[in-house]
Design a protein around this ligand. Sequence first.
Ligand code: TRP
Length: 452
Amino acid sequence: MGALKTRDGFTTGLGVLAATLGSAVGLGNIWKFPYLTGENGGAAFILVYIISTLLVGLPVMISEQMLGRRARANAIGTLQKLAPKRQPWWLIGVAGCLAAFLIMAFYTEVAGWVFAYIFKSLTGTILSTDPASTSAEFADMTGSPAQSLIWQWIVLIMIALIAIMGVSKGIERTTKRLMPILFVLLIIVCVRSLTLDGAGEGLDFLLEPDFSKLTGEVVLVAMGLAFFKLSIGMGTMITYGSYFRDDQNIPTTAAKVMLADLTISLLAGIAIFPAVFAFDFNADAGPSLLFITIPAVFASMPLGEIFIVLFFVLTAIAATGAMLSLLEVPIAVLDELTGLSRTSATVITIGLLALVGAPAALSSSTLADFTIADKTMFDLYDYATSNVLLPVGGFFLSVFVGWVWGFDQVKRALSNSGALRNERIIQAFFGTVKFVTPVLVLLVLLDGLNVI
Ligand code: TRP
């Protein structure tokens, strides 16, 4: 009997929150947010970032979840179902799949370093108060093609095993268990950092804006970070939205996720900068901040050898929920468009990722001199997704919702067919997504890429 396959989904409201927050919280909070804040002048950058999350991030997140839940399909299928015939809006989903692969390519590599650092901090090999020696240790790992590839593969296999278990039994169950642990560990590390002598300077850096560093490019980076952080612009939130319950209040859910995610980014800043300044290290070390500066910072503090393990465990947890959500985009597409089983779809996706990911993994060794537009493959994947593909995706999604799908559909979808009394919120959302979000994204994109 060809029994009708019922679609898997999240089972409880709490499960929706755990999975969605699990997607948003990731290396973006603990690796990207701190190093970008450090490079771009601290509080002023954070302010632009917060404005971007409100005017761009939140409206696009609500849009994606709403479309996904209405269509109950993957990123490509959702736009096929909801767009007028013969209009190619489904290309957003195709671009999203491409973006998922490019993000995963470098993301799994950084996650690989994080997992490696859990072990290296347990054995103590990376603990040194001298940045020259932590830097040599990091270069040793990233410079080894074998280590780079193996750690990436370990990460790929681990998330594949969770993904194969399914949406409710794999993703929902894992994130529900892990998110509270992450939060508790982060608070512990924050308390440690804040109680160090000289922590105040790091807090000032986070809280006192210096606007002289803001340029078009910096604003683009802040907006790109908002997209990356909130997992939007490429169909992750469409895919997760398609697993939401019918009675889920989408605007409230999105707002909670945005606020919780921002809190975790700020806590990560509080865990890192006061300690960095207390021991006189540089805040603007860039992407290596987490792997070179942080071990030296922890090695300098009392009981640092314990806190550094907690720190890398919490980072690994954060990365796991995010990777599950990235992986879900191509898995759902393959599963639903080709009728492959979830297991086959996962295995194929992971295999392809190992291929696309290898050039990123080898960016510090074999392929260190292979650059396009002055960027290694690792940097190129990162830049092209956060600062180009995701904003472009977000632009078209907001245009679709505001100008094609229209107010009546939005009202029905966000009020759960009239069950919720949230008329004002819907109006504010619709006005923003129709007029503010697309214009803002377009201007920042063109200015940041030096087109205007
Ligand atoms: N939001 C995650 C982070 O901050 C990364 C992530 C997960 C992501 N899914 C995504 C980024 C989809 C862009 C699109 O680490």
